[in-house]
Design a protein around this ligand. Structure first.
Ligand code: FES
Length: 83
């Protein structure tokens, strides 16, 4: 049980790339939220999240919601459209 906890803790401490196009990690998104980002527009403006292919949008929004205590459905649907 202790070993399992250690492994899980190590997995969560490793940054995960959310936006591969712009090399943005979940840790950076959480940090942006702590600094006041509360919409996907904020994340796009500050970190360029979802400004290229847009495949990271759902994951980024989930992290945003978790960190701003919004519900997933209440999050704004604003999003940059790939060129
Ligand atoms: S993975 Fe984020 S814009 Fe492509």
């Amino acid at each position: 049980m202790i070993m399992r906890t250690i492994i899980i803790n190590n997995i969560w401490s490793i940054p995960m790339y959310v936006c591969v196009c712009n090399a943005v990690t979940d840790k950076q998104i959480r940090q942006a939220c702590e600094n006041g980002a509360c919409t996907m527009e904020d994340l796009s403006r500050e970190l360029n999240v979802a400004t290229c292919c847009g495949r990271c949008q759902d994951c980024a929004r989930k992290i945003l919601c978790e960190n701003t205590e919004q519900t997933f459905l209440a999050a704004p649907l604003d999003m940059a459209v790939p060129a």
